[in-house]
Structures are given as C-alpha cells and as structure tokens.
Ligand binder design. Sequence first.
Ligand SMILES: NC(=O)c1ccc[n+]([C@@H]2O[C@H](COP(=O)([O-])OP(=O)(O)OC[C@H]3O[C@@H](n4cnc5c(N)ncnc54)[C@H](OP(=O)(O)O)[C@@H]3O)[C@@H](O)[C@H]2O)c1
Length: 316
Amino acid sequence: MTDKKIIAIVGATGAQGGGLAHAILSDPQSEFKVRALTRNVNADKAKELAKLGADVVTADIDDLESLKKAFKGAYGVYAVTNFWEHFSPEKETAQAKNMADAALAAGVQHIVWSSFEDTRKWIPLEDNRMPTLLGKYKVPHFDSKGESDKFFQRPGLSSTIMYTSFYWDNFIYFGMGPKKGPDGKLAITFPMGDKKLPGIAATDIGKCAYGIFKAGEKYKGKTIGIAGEHATGNQMAASLTRAFGTEVKYNGVPPEVYRSFGFQGADEMGNMFQFKHDFEADYCGVRNLDASRSLNPSLQSFDTWLDQNKSRIPLE
Ligand SMILES: NC(=O)c1ccc[n+]([C@@H]2O[C@H](COP(=O)([O-])OP(=O)(O)OC[C@H]3O[C@@H](n4cnc5c(N)ncnc54)[C@H](OP(=O)(O)O)[C@@H]3O)[C@@H](O)[C@H]2O)c1
C-alpha cells in the first residue's frame, strides 16, 4: 500500500477539502492517500483526519516555503482558498499563486483548483448595471479566483479548473435559511427572480474532485463546472415547504435591495446573485448535472440533501 499516490489537500479541515479527504479515506480501494494540510495539527478536525489515516502536516497558504514542503512527493494537490476569512481578493490571488508556484516547484502532476468565473469577462467594470467594488471587481471572491486560473494554467502544470456552486449548507451556516417576514411567514430571500441557481451539497464538491483525480488524464488542462441541481427560488421554497411541513415562500428581491441589506459582504453577494441571474444560460450551462454525477455517483439533489440536513437549518 506504500505505492499509493499522495493527494495533498489544502482546506482538508474545511468543507471542500474535507469532502475530498473523507472520500479518499473511506475508499479502501483508493489508489490515493491523503496528506491533509492545516495551520493547526492539534485542532479537532485535524486530529480526526489523522485518526482516519491521513498524514496531517502543517502548512499555510500565505507561506510559499511551507507549501513547497507540504507538496513535496505529492502526485496531486487540491487547491482552495477561504475568501471569507479575510475578505481580500488580493490576498486570495496571492494565496492561489503560492499554491500554483509550490506545485510547480514540487513537480505535482495534477492540481484541482477550486475556482469561479471572473465576472468581469461578462460585466466589464464600466458596465453600471452593478456597482464596482474595491476599485476593480464586480464580484470580488469570484473575480480573484477566476483571475488566478492563469497561475494554474502555466506550462509545466497540469490542472483542472473546477467551478463550484452555491452550497446549500449556506442555509445552515451563512444566515441564508428561512426567516419570518412581516406577514409571519417563513421565506428565503435571493435576488434571482425566476432564474435557476446551481447549488450543491458542500461535501459533494470534494467527492467530485475525487472523481476528477480518479479520471487521470481526462480532465487535465480542462475547466469543468459542478452542481447537484439547478433550482429556482420557488422550487427551493417548495422543497423547504415539503421538508419542514410548513410553508416557506421565496422572496425574489431586486439585487439593489439585496445589496442594501447591510451585512458584511451584502453588496458583493448582491452582485454575485445578479451575475448568476443575468447570465443564467452561461452559468448553468457550464455546471452540467450529468457530468457532475459521472464524477460523483452519489451526488445529492436539493431534496436528498434536505432530508439529511433539515434539522440543522435554524428556523427563526
Ligand atoms: N459558501 C458557498 O456557497 C461557497 C460555494 C462555493 C465556493 N465557496 C468558496 O469556498 C471557499 C472556502 O472553502 P470551504 O467552504 O471549504 O472552507 P471552510 O469550510 O470555511 O474551511 C476553510 C479551510 O481553509 C483552510 N485555510 C484557510 N486559510 C488557510 C491558510 N492561510 N493556510 C492553510 N489553510 C487555510 C482551513 O484550514 P485550517 O483552519 O485547518 O488551517 C480550512 O480547512 C471560499 O473561498 C468560498 O468563496 C463557497
């Protein structure tokens, strides 16, 4: 078993990387083994991974040398950044570059980079349909990821650019769950009009990445989008109504209203939903459901995810 190929997983203690780590660790036939990167090997989630058989190592994506060491001898790298820890697109871009530089230095053979579209290719900064943020972005956490694709597409690197989707887990953790409106009724609120929002169970992202690594050459040099389902606000509200046994409505507010909600990142999230709304065909088109299922045969729909997770969604 010592000839198993190492996948070095950034964010192994988090949602995306954790999904990949657990997918490999729970597959006794896997040709891969897990090297889990974390800033704190003594954290509970790191210890849990070690208990399951992962090699847990210290690394910080702000520190190039620590990454070079952590990627040494690895066949593959799962590269992810956590924008929401610092809200800085420049920092996110620098972290992406560090991971790509370290993978190049370590001779890694396959990187899966968790990315998003650079929305400025669809909405140039001078397009006033949505405000420009932080001076040079429309959707900072998308644009900085998309802008970073180029680091992974350099000669000498074999990368798969993987466009992810809205986590349904946001209903649990990101304050997006159903809330009571002035009429006393529960509602979810997005500026998506009647357009479809590609969504996914966060753990399924890592499972799709596992499928990409397992496919070997097939996805090297390719960009692929993944989603579990494309659903409108009304369709998601109907699923929530069924799951909770009480009516949940969809409140499709205009993007400018969403941007004004005042929570940290509201303007950015308003722009993000508006991009998904205005470019529904492109955004859904690249996130093909059959292709996602072929990578991850246990891919969940919103209904199957809800059946497992509804009790974790806080209801006001
Ligand atoms: N919410 C959504 O709907 C959604 C959808 C698609 C994509 N995304 C993107 O997902 C990303 C976050 O991924 P996630 O949800 O998997 O994160 P998460 O569950 O919040 O966990 C963050 C992970 O990143 C690691 N990390 C953060 N900073 C690090 C650093 N400086 N060095 C090393 N490791 C670091 C953490 O490791 P340690 O703490 O153990 O060091 C942890 O494992 C964001 O960039 C977001 O834009 C979000």
